[in-house]
Design a protein around this ligand. Sequence first.
Ligand SMILES: [Zn+2]
Length: 189
Amino acid sequence: MESDENKAEINGKPELVIETDTKFCPLCAERIKSAAIKCRFCGEDLLAYETKQKDAVEKIIYSEHPPLIYSLVQYLWIILTLGLILIYYFIKSRQVKFIISTQRVKVETGIFMKQTEIIELFRVDDFEIVSPIAQRILGYGILRIKSSDRIRPNLDIYGLPDPERIYNSLRDCVMREREKRGIKVWVNA
Ligand SMILES: [Zn+2]
């Protein structure tokens, strides 16, 4: 019965459909041609479906400890303390880890006792890159996030290398996550 249907489909000509040339629609599970970009049974746009599936997978955009030295001011302290402050800078850097993914922002703190704070991207109301000159000179910036998260409404990710690139990736992800949940799309003026 299925092969009859397939025969009828091809330009009205009775043509034999080779089994290996087919796949199953991921939505309705009907057998369709492997080259199909639209399911002829349920009408699903298969390319759009594939993209949606790919977006649903969480991908890491950035996952790093803040750099040991990210601001010129720190060099001044290194000179003033004859380098002793480097120990403090080292611990300070090691005890924080910023993780930005396509779905959430995470901050891990602590060395022995790890604490993780998470802001879901759909809760992000606004964010911007702040570049104080002392950080900009060294190629770093601060990503300042404002969200409707009750525990962590404001978050600064400091010592961020290539902040513009991360800003742009995050912007697309925030819009997508908000759209997915039907939240009014946030627009940066
Ligand atoms: Zn289908």
